[in-house]
Design a protein around this ligand. Sequence first.
Ligand SMILES: Cc1ncc(COP(=O)(O)O)c(C=O)c1O
Length: 394
Amino acid sequence: MAINRRRFVQTMGAGAAGAWIAGRGLEGGLWPELAAMQGTSGAAAVSPIILSSNENPVGPGKVVLDAVRAALGASGGPAGRYSNAAGALTEAIAKKFGVKPENVALGCGSTQLLRSSTHLFTGPTKALVATIPAYEECAGYADMMGHPVRAVPLGPDLKMDLDKLADASRGAGLVFYCNPNNPVSTYVGARPTRDYISRVNRISPDTTILIDEAYFDYVTDPDHATHVPLAVEDPRVLVARTFSKAYGMAGLRLGYAIGHADTIKKMQDLDAATGNSSLNVLAMQAGIAAIAQDPGFIAAERARNTSSRDFTMKWFMDHGMKPADSQANFMFVNLGRPAKDFRDACAAKGVKVGRDFPPYEKTHCRISFGTMDEMQKAVVVFGEVLAKRAETAA
Ligand SMILES: Cc1ncc(COP(=O)(O)O)c(C=O)c1O
């Protein structure tokens, strides 16, 4: 089916919506760099500092790696069988959140669940609403389906403007509420989020709100709470979560949605109908081990990220630049120059930073946080690159 892309994008006071949506699926793609680091590509063993994707630079913990090795098994073992651990994984997630298994849907990364909710809840007259920018998957998928997309500009502090978002939500099919918001790293507290949800329920009772909590574990704002309890009660609210961030399992591809049993059933029925329901045994066993591990793992990962974040944010502020508030494992900083110039100059010195994020690509760059050691090395490169430009301008 030929689809005339970007025909349907409506923006609320912002241009560049087409370029924003076109960013869908560009996250990641680091295999050549990783292969070189591991010496598997035959290329010289270079080891760039990778700050271009929002990942846990340390990766999964030992219990997860052990579970993956065990799931591989010996010859003739589980990896060669159609092993299905979906039931056990669903139960483990349900137990962790104090919900029932029928409130949980699994996905090959949360990307799959973002797509299936867009598929289910948007339509030719039921728009997808999202801030511009936000993680592009839902807007890109709706656009691909020919469903209208309403792109709502952010407020001046790069936080979601809930009044504008509520106005745009009227009559919409699905609101993608990305909190913390990728790529801008800002967060809207639990209280204003609850108020926004009640307002939309009131003014637009048929609209579903998908709350993407991918970076939930990194938030340090005191007004922080999951919307899982609301989602299991209200079929118009759905929460997406992923093992790709704090759990360090981006490459294993595992995510889940938690919601009202009716909403979850619709998602599972869609997966069954489209053949999307298979997860691989390594990811499923990894997920079971990850969710059951000592919660100290996540607390330690949050603390590790907070140190890298505070160090890097301070460096930029000390050098006269103002990053948006970060409640995630990445930051978004106004460099006053095109992201591409900065990115290319940093890449030439072995540091990879984020891609373009319209409509801010002329001024802002997204930098994901690596380990403290990586960030200490990276800021030296940032200093050299930014000083060069200052010299040229002088
Ligand atoms: C906000 C947000 N949601 C969802 C995803 C998708 O993650 P995954 O498919 O790895 O679970 C990402 C990836 O970066 C993201 O930033």
